[in-house]
Design a protein around this ligand. Structure first.
Ligand code: ARG
Length: 455
């Protein structure tokens, strides 16, 4: 491709380290889409003839169909997808192929291809998040008023509803989707026509190619256009946060499906057995989802490390962007699909959740609140009285509602029979009516809001 300047071909090792075709072949469809838009624009501007543009545009479709059919012979000697496509185009249509690269460079070409590819992945991630949110919503709706222990420090804290817990993840994922939408809106500018770095002397119409490729506008600065990879970094950052959320839910599923908890039963379709222990049903998918963030965050750190300190404009370092983003995107989309399936299939055990909700003195805060409300105690004193009652119950080996009134009164003589009304877990959750609280009525309102939002 640059034989004019070179007397010798590259060393085999040079070729091995330099070539990107092994992975950037994944950009083939975007590369051809970009080239077709570029050729149409060159003809519209009178830079190349209509006949040449037609031959180029049709020839590129032939190349695309060969790639899709798997009959395309990729060549390492041709380095990357851009030169592979152009060389094959030349074989098919002859001389006019040589006019396609007018007023552009591989630098703006790859930046354009990669933006188009990442944009598609963002759409895929948003769809995957939506499907997972719907699965969580269905779980929340089925168990909007089922009680379970809420934890802090993984110690029983206060009873919450199953629906509320599910909806917490719907909120997280909603922020993930909005981060992806923000990133998409910011990245949707077209680098094509920035050429190598300085723009071009040909009378091109960058607005036309930007529009043809579904971008909102051309990038305004040609140096920035070819050297920017913020869009990939933003994608990886949003993917990392989303993977972190999946990892937290995955960890809960691992804990909840254990014999010690039995809060949920994962479906056979998303579990595995053990080759030695016949009784085992392992939450492998959840464990893998707990781990996948390692790859995604690793990709993010890798690309930040590649980009930091790079002078303007393009440097070959930037070729290292693609494998990281490809792997992270594949991993994220698979993770979202796996979590969606697992949540859709899982069966929460209502009785086990309720039994656990009532243990561990989970309504102690309700008791303290009652002392404040009914007896007018300052909260600090109520806290102290309740602590003494918990201690008493603990030594008696019972839960709070099982203490007798006389035992209660031995700690504080103002306590009346009415206190037992607040010690039940259902009363406890029903009382938490503050906006965003765990009361079933609040949870149902949030479910309705999200259903409307997700359409
Ligand atoms: N394969 C290259 C990449 O991924 C394409 C751009 C090459 N540009 C260049 N001037 N060598 O970055």
């Amino acid at each position: 491709m640059w034989g004019g300047r070179f007397a010798a071909g590259p060393d085999a090792i040079m070729e091995a380290i330099n070539a990107s075709i092994g992975f950037d072949k994944r950009l083939a469809a975007q590369d051809i889409q970009g080239s077709r838009a570029h050729a149409a624009m060159l003809a519209a501007q009178g830079v190349i003839s209509d006949n040449d543009a037609r031959a180029i545009r049709e020839g590129l479709l032939t190349v695309l169909s060969e790639i899709e059919a798997g009959s395309f012979a990729f060549s390492t000697a041709l380095e990357d997808i851009h030169m592979n496509v152009e060389a094959r185009l030349k074989e098919i249509i002859g001389a006019p192929a040589g006019r396609l690269h007018t007023a552009r460079s591989r630098n703006d070409q790859v930046a354009t291809d990669f933006r188009l590819w990442v944009r598609d992945q963002i759409d895929g991630a948003i769809a995957g998040i939506g499907a997972l949110q719907r699965a969580l919503l269905a779980q929340a709706e089925a168990g909007a008023d089922w009680v379970m222990p809420g934890f802090t420090h993984l110690q029983t804290a206060q009873p919450v509803t199953w629906g509320h817990h599910m909806m917490a993840y719907v909120e997280m994922l909603g922020r993930d989707a909005s981060r992806f939408r923000d990133a998409r809106a910011r990245m949707n500018e077209c680098p094509l026509g920035a050429a190598a770095l300085a723009g071009t002397s040909f009378p091109i119409d960058r607005h036309m190619t930007a529009e043809a490729l579904g971008f909102d506008a051309p990038c305004a600065n040609s140096l920035d256009a070819v050297s920017d990879r913020d869009f990939a970094l933003e994608f990886l950052s949003a993917a990392t946060i989303c993977a972190m959320h999946l990892s937290r839910l995955a960890e809960e599923l691992v804990i909840w499906s254990s014999a010690q908890f039995r809060f949920v039963v994962l479906s056979d379709r998303f579990s595995t057995g053990s080759s030695i222990m016949p009784q085992k049903k392992n939450p492998d998918a959840a464990e893998l989802l707990r781990a996948k963030i390692g790859r995604i965050m690793g990709a993010m750190v890798a690309l930040f490390t590649v980009m930091k300190g790079l002078p303007l404009a393009y440097s070959k370092d930037m070729q290292e962007d693609k494998e990281q983003v490809f792997d992270a995107a594949d991993t994220l989309l698979l993770s979202l699909a796996a979590m969606g399936g697992m949540v859709r299939d899982m069966a929460a055990d209502r009785a086990a959740l309720e039994a656990a909700a009532a243990s561990g003195f989970s309504t102690a805060t309700d008791l303290a609140d009652w002392l404040v409300r009914e007896l007018g105690l300052p909260f600090r004193e109520a806290h102290h009285v309740t602590g003494a009652l918990v201690k008493l119950a603990e030594t008696e080996g019972r839960d709070l509602p099982d203490l007798t009134l006389a035992q209660m009164q031995s700690v504080h003589d103002g306590i009346t029979e009415a206190v037992f009304g607040v010690l039940g877990v259902h009363n406890s959750v029903a009382s938490r009516q503050s906006y965003g609280g765990t009361a079933p009525a609040q949870v149902r309102a949030q479910i309705a809001r999200w259903k409307e939002k997700l359409g």
